[in-house]
Design a protein around this ligand. Structure first.
Ligand code: FDA
Length: 500
């Protein structure tokens, strides 16, 4: 059992949380991590820890009666989703009216379910989104540190040209180049050498066995294998799973009291209790950390929290779309679950787009090219508190997604026109070509320099910190986890030097 008081508590076990716990532990500070999801280390009856995308079972989803895959349909048929028993599975899709947000649940947070793309943004764009952060320090020190700690690796370009599993990416590249667009390899925390051996038949398949959003049984350097393993290795960090932080209050002496709810994997509540902490770090992700502070402010438990708490939330401009290829241009039946190439049109002055060439790991030829486009959408959402549901509710209107669609359409209309191809209208449950009703990249809610100071210290409270994606003001221009990691490294270095 966890102690009733811990000098430092970290909420969550995603990127920001994992960095913070390692650095606290390495500095000799006893640190307790609280994670609402499970530790994913025990194989089920099929010998696997995670289920795949073709036959997802209850391990796939966080308390759902049916899976909720991003590709809702194929030829308008609901082929991807399955009825399942509610369970503490690894992927959640949190619904807020016109927007839903995918998040990972478990020790490692989003690293368990994400596409492993480890991209450092262009420096000029980083300077635009976070102008008050020293970019020399970020690009000279913290991005390289994050990349090395996360185990980021590059694909062997010769293998990329010849392997079966990236034929889909080569086809999309050909179409992009014919349009006069640039493509770029995307670094990854999936071990490309392991993938090469998967294709050669030397090791059990994971990326090549339709595994990605419901977890990878092999090959991926998720946080439990990198930062969290190192954190536990300090001997000062413990992780308590299936433990959700519900409330935060402050005592007279300035310490924090957390109300935590323990459940079992079937969702039965085992108990609710209080924990004390001197230093409290919120790493529960953009949705989780923002909810905790919006709730604390609006229920009067942390009344000095300001108006900036809950503001500045964005989707990183996410929009998904598919193109229909000609029959003579097959993408191949074997598609790696991990993207390795992107179309880089971020320099476009009107409609910047970074479009990942995404797989459709269906195990058969689809003649479809899929993309997750990251666009520069200036629209921002915010969170209100719903007392009835005791929940922070995202305020995001469907019209706010339109700039993302406009940008993606501008780019992909050109690609279609240069290649004589059309959009796919059968992938998102109705006849839309562009899906922007979900995001994989929730960012903001507790923005750096607004709800916190320039190092993640929450304004109005001492020894209370934000460490995760909620610090980033809605956009990174590329996939966000390397930036979240690097920023967390930067912030905890300063906090350890000044506050302890
Ligand atoms: P993160 O969300 O990782 O972790 C938060 C943790 O806190 C979770 O484990 C959660 O269960 C826990 N938690 C929340 N509330 C809690 C509470 N009240 N009490 C206790 N625990 C609580 N990015 C990228 O760079 N490259 C990519 O390829 C992809 N691909 C991708 C695919 C999919 C399917 C998803 C869902 C996401 C991605 N992403 C991605 C996004 C990336 O995974 C995401 O930006 C980071 O995981 C966010 O890191 P954070 O540290 O903010 O929190």
């Amino acid at each position: 059992a966890a102690p009733d008081y811990s000098p430092a508590v970290v909420v969550g076990t995603g990127y920001g949380a994992a960095v913070t716990a390692l650095r606290l532990g390495a500095a000799g500070i006893p640190t307790l991590m609280l994670e609402m999801g499970q530790l994913w280390n025990t194989p089920g009856e099929d010998g696997k820890i995670f289920s795949d995308m073709l036959s997802p079972d209850r391990r796939s989803s966080w308390f759902k009666g049916r899976t909720e895959a991003p590709l809702a349909s194929f030829l308008w048929l609901d082929l991807a989703n399955r009825n399942i028993d509610p369970y503490a599975g690894v992927l959640d899709r949190v619904h807020f009216g016109d927007m839903s947000v995918y998040v990972g649940r478990g020790v490692g947070g989003g690293s368990l379910v994400n596409g492993a793309m480890a991209v450092t943004p262009k420096r000029w764009y980083f300077e635009e989104i976070l102008p008050e952060v020293d970019a020399d320090e970020m690009y000279g020190r913290y991005y390289p540190l994050a990349n090395s700690m996360l185990g980021v690796n590059d694909i062997d370009p010769d293998w990329f040209e010849t392997c079966d599993c990236y034929q889909f990416a080569r086809v999309s590249r050909k179409h992009a180049h014919k349009t006069g667009l640039k493509t770029t390899f995307v670094p990854s925390v999936y071990d490309f050498d392991y993938m090469r051996r998967e294709e050669a038949g030397e090791v059990p398949r994971s990326a090549l066995a339709s595994e990605v959003i419901y977890g990878n049984n092999h090959g991926k350097r998720s946080l439990d294998k990198t930062y969290l393993a190192a954190a536990l290795g300090t001997g000062n960090v413990t992780i308590q799973t299936l433990t959700e932080v519900r409330d935060i209050a402050q005592q007279q002496d300035g310490t924090y009291t957390l109300t935590v709810r323990r459940i079992d994997a079937e969702g039965n509540v085992l108990g609710v209790r209080q924990l004390g902490a001197k230093y409290l770090f919120l790493g529960a992700g953009s949705l989780g950390s923002t909810e905790l502070l919006v709730r604390a402010r609006d229920t009067g438990k942390l009344p000095d929290l300001g108006e900036d708490v809950g503001q500045g939330w964005g989707t990183n401009g996410n929009v998904m779309l598919g193109r229909a290829n000609h029959v003579w241009d097959p993408v191949g039946a074997l598609e790696s679950g991990m993207p390795a190439l992107g179309i880089d049109a971020w320099d476009d002055p009107v409609h910047p787009v970074f479009a990942e060439i995404a797989p459709v790991p269906a195990g058969l030829e689809t003649w479809a090219s899929l993309y997750l486009a990251i666009t520069k959408n200036p629209e921002r959402g915010w969170f209100s508190y719903d007392p009835g549901a005791d929940r922070a509710v995202l305020q995001w209107d469907v019209a706010q997604g339109q700039p993302s669609i406009d940008a993606a359409k501008n780019l992909f209309d050109k690609i279609n026109s240069a290649n004589g191809t059309i959009y796919r209208y059968d992938l998102f449950g109705d006849t839309r070509a562009f899906e922007n009703r979900f995001t994989y990249h929730p960012l903001g809610g507790l923005v750096l320099g607004k709800a916190t100071d320039l190092y993640g210290r929450v304004k109005g409270y001492r020894n209370l910190y934000v460490t995760d994606g909620s610090l980033i003001p809605g956009s990174t221009g590329v996939n966000p986890f390397v930036t979240i990691t690097a920023l967390a490294e930067r912030n905890i270095a300063r906090v350890l030097a000044e506050d302890f």
